[in-house]
Each structure stands twice: as structure tokens, then as C-alpha cells.
Design a protein around this ligand. Structure first.
Ligand SMILES: [Zn+2]
Length: 315
């Protein structure tokens, strides 16, 4: 066990019941006391015990810790949310909706929606990358499928579809920028072209970053602003070997591939950005303690909502 881990026993000690779970979410979101989402007053609210909501003493509006987050209007207990966040954050590769529904004792649809809302809370702004930054495009997930029926909410348990390789494939495309020994940024891009790559990298590379890519023309503009190392695939493999130890350095693309294939099997293009964001959160936050990662996720959800009808395309 690493010193960043949180054991199941420690989790149960911290979250013994619904009240403890709600209090933890409130401390994580509002370290200085409840903030009214309407007038912004800090720590000027009283707790209404019977309806279990806060009331602002300035504007008299009632609110809860889930307001304005992907947990908004949830029917699930806060303890179930805490358990789901713990299971997802503590796992090394992520958890499928089937597994989550078994662990939490909720329906498959509830677990599926829960997982996507937690993924939305994990989405962080791209970090600013410096030093040597390896940039690559990877085909992640499944190609778009022709369906006779409307798309179902079961993308993480379908059998693998035909999977042509190469640039002609219709599989969704993900741009990955990974600082050597540091953080990663991911973005779903519509095409292989120069404009799509430039837009995805906007604000991602620091002025002194040295970009390392393969020799495709889509990256040629990088040399105009910074050092651009264009290498062929065999050199890139060599570059991923640590010169001091001779060990191969784990690449984020490999990590993402294992997460998608291992836990989610195949991911539809519509949801790829959220799965890639989850993998980037896991990679960038691996040195943080589990409980701190859970709190970061709660704060990251403020200002985001993700209705079920949006996810299933019925909005
Ligand atoms: Zn108020």
C-alpha cells in the first residue's frame, strides 16, 4: 500500500453515516463556511434541520452542498456519492458502470450516470507544460456505429466493434501532450490537420517547452515559436527509456489505453473527452493523498452540471 492510499477501514471511519458524509462534502467545498450560491455571502447561513438545507441569512434563499455541481438535484444519499467517488478515485484504472452498480447496490443506469457526473467533476483545466513535451495523437475508443435504434446508455459494456488501424480509421482521435516526468493534457480533436492540432495546443505549452513529435506536417507550425524536435517512431521509443536506469518510462498513452481497454472496454466518441479527462486526473494527481484527490474533485465540480438527458442525447 502506498502512503497516498486510503484503506476501506479508514474510509468507513471517516464516513460512518449520511451526516458525516454531508459534513465532509461541505468542508471540502466550503472550507470557510457555507457560501450562498445566489448572493455569495460566506458563512452567513443557518441550517434548517427539518428539510436538511441551508438558508442564507442575507437573501433568505435555501441551498445545499450539491447546488450548481453535477450532484445538483440528486436523489442519492451523500454517503452513496462519497462511496462512488472513493471507489473511482482509489482505483488505478477506473471502474465500469456494471462494477459500480454492484458495489453500491444501485441500478445500472444510476451507476452509469453517477460515473459520468464524477468524471465531469474530474475534468481539470489543462496544465501548462514545460521542459520536453511529447505530443502524439492516439485513436482511443470505438468508431462511430450505425445504430437502428437511438444510442443506448451502455457504451462501456458493448462488444468490441471492427477496429481498422491507421489514418483512415473513423475511431475518435485524441491529442495527448505529456511533459517528460510531469503532467499531461488531453483533448479530443476532429481531424489530423494542422488547425485542429494548433487549437488543441493553445495555452498548453509554456514558452520554453521543447515539443517532441513525429514527423507529420500537422506539427510543423510548432517550430516557429519554440524548439521542435521531430523524431521517427524508433527514436521516440528510445526517448521513452530513462537514460540513467535504462528502464522504459511509462507513457500516458499506454496508461490511457489500459484504462479504456481494461475498465471500460470501448468508449464512444461522445464520451471520450470525459474518459480521457479522468485518466489525466488520475495521472496528474497520483502523488496526492486519496482524500485530497476526493476533495479536489468536489471543488472541481462547482459550476458544472451534467443532466442525464444531455448524456443520453435526448436533450
Ligand atoms: Zn444569499
Amino acid at each position: 500500500m502506498t502512503d497516498t492510499a486510503l484503506t476501506l477501514r479508514a474510509f468507513h471511519d471517516l464516513f460512518p453515516d449520511e451526516n458525516a458524509a454531508r459534513a465532509w462534502f461541505e468542508r471540502a467545498r466550503w472550507p470557510d463556511g457555507p457560501i450562498c450560491p445566489v448572493c455569495g455571502c460566506v458563512d452567513h447561513a443557518c441550517w434548517l434541520r427539518t428539510i436538511r438545507r441551508w438558508q442564507c441569512t442575507a437573501c433568505h434563499r435555501q441551498f445545499s452542498v450539491t447546488a450548481g455541481t453535477p450532484m445538483h438535484r440528486t436523489h442519492l444519499p451523500m454517503l452513496t456519492w462519497a462511496q462512488a467517488i472513493y471507489q473511482i478515485v482509489a482505483s488505478s484504472k477506473g471502474i465500469s458502470a456494471v462494477k459500480l452498480s454492484e458495489m453500491l447496490g444501485v441500478s445500472y443506469q444510476t451507476a452509469w450516470h453517477l460515473g459520468h457526473r464524477i468524471r465531469a467533476m474530474m475534468a481539470e483545466d489543462s496544465p501548462l507544460l514545460s521542459n520536453i513535451v511529447e505530443i502524439d495523437k492516439t485513436h482511443a475508443g470505438a468508431p462511430p456505429r450505425k445504430r437502428a435504434k437511438p444510442e443506448r446508455a451502455d457504451d462501456d459494456c458493448d462488444p468490441p466493434p471492427p477496429n481498422p488501424e491507421g489514418r483512415g480509421t473513423k475511431r475518435p482521435l485524441l491529442l495527448v501532450a505529456a511533459e517528460r516526468g510531469g503532467e499531461v493534457a488531453t483533448k479530443v480533436i476532429p481531424t489530423h490537420g494542422k488547425a485542429a492540432v494548433a487549437e488543441a495546443l493553445d495555452g498548453v505549452l509554456s514558452a520554453d517547452a521543447r515539443a517532441m513529435t513525429d514527423g507529420l506536417p500537422a506539427y510543423s507550425h510548432l517550430g516557429a515559436e519554440r524548439t521542435h524536435l521531430s523524431v521517427n517512431q524508433s527514436q521516440r521509443e528510445y526517448a521513452r527509456t530513462d537514460s540513467a536506469t535504462g528502464h522504459r518510462v511509462e507513457s500516458f498513452s499506454g496508461f490511457l489505453g489500459r484504462a479504456v481497454v481494461g475498465a471500460f472496454h470501448f468508449v464512444s466518441p461522445k464520451h471520450l473527452g470525459r474518459y480521457a479527462g479522468e485518466a489525466a486526473f488520475r495521472w496528474n494527481r497520483k502523488a496526492d493523498a486519496c482524500l485530497e484527490r476526493m476533495a479536489l474533485l468536489v471543488r472541481g465540480g462547482v459550476g458544472r452540471t451534467l443532466p442525464y438527458r444531455f448524456l443520453t442525447g435526448t436533450a
